[in-house]
Design a protein around this ligand. Structure first.
Ligand code: HEC
Length: 92
């Protein structure tokens, strides 16, 4: 699956920010299950950082852009839906 291949290495399979590459990053990716963050963050800003990368929104350059998703609204929507589903895990 797209997320497993391209995102989980840093963000972890459940979005907890515990992928094998995460410990080498500074700042580290946050826990995407965190309900406060989930409620603060709208889909448009998720789409922007995923399409354009952290650098485009003043965040860490370690968060890579996925420009190929710009031409693929269906896959973009699936990734957003997956990130939203992490909320159910609860987080901290
Ligand atoms: C090389 C590691 C790496 C990969 C691969 C990666 N990310 Fe990230 N991502 C990060 C880091 C580090 C941050 C935190 C940036 C910051 O806080 O400045 C981040 C931030 C984010 C955020 C914003 C969260 C917040 O704090 O507001 C989202 C959403 C996100 N990533 C989704 C994805 C998705 C979806 C993919 C796969 C298409 C992906 N990332 C791939 C490292 C990565």
């Amino acid at each position: 699956m797209f997320y497993a291949n391209r995102c989980a290495g840093c963000h972890g399979n459940t979005g907890a920010g515990d992928g094998p590459m995460a410990r080498m990053l500074n700042p580290q990716p946050r826990d995407l299950a965190n309900h406060i963050w989930q409620e603060m963050t709208d889909d448009a800003s998720l789409i922007k950082i995923i399409h354009e990368g952290g650098g485009a929104v003043g965040r860490s350059l370690s968060m890579p852009a996925s420009p190929d998703l710009k031409d693929n609204p269906k896959l973009t929507a699936e990734v957003i839906q997956l990130i939203r589903s992490f909320k159910r895990r609860g987080g901290s």
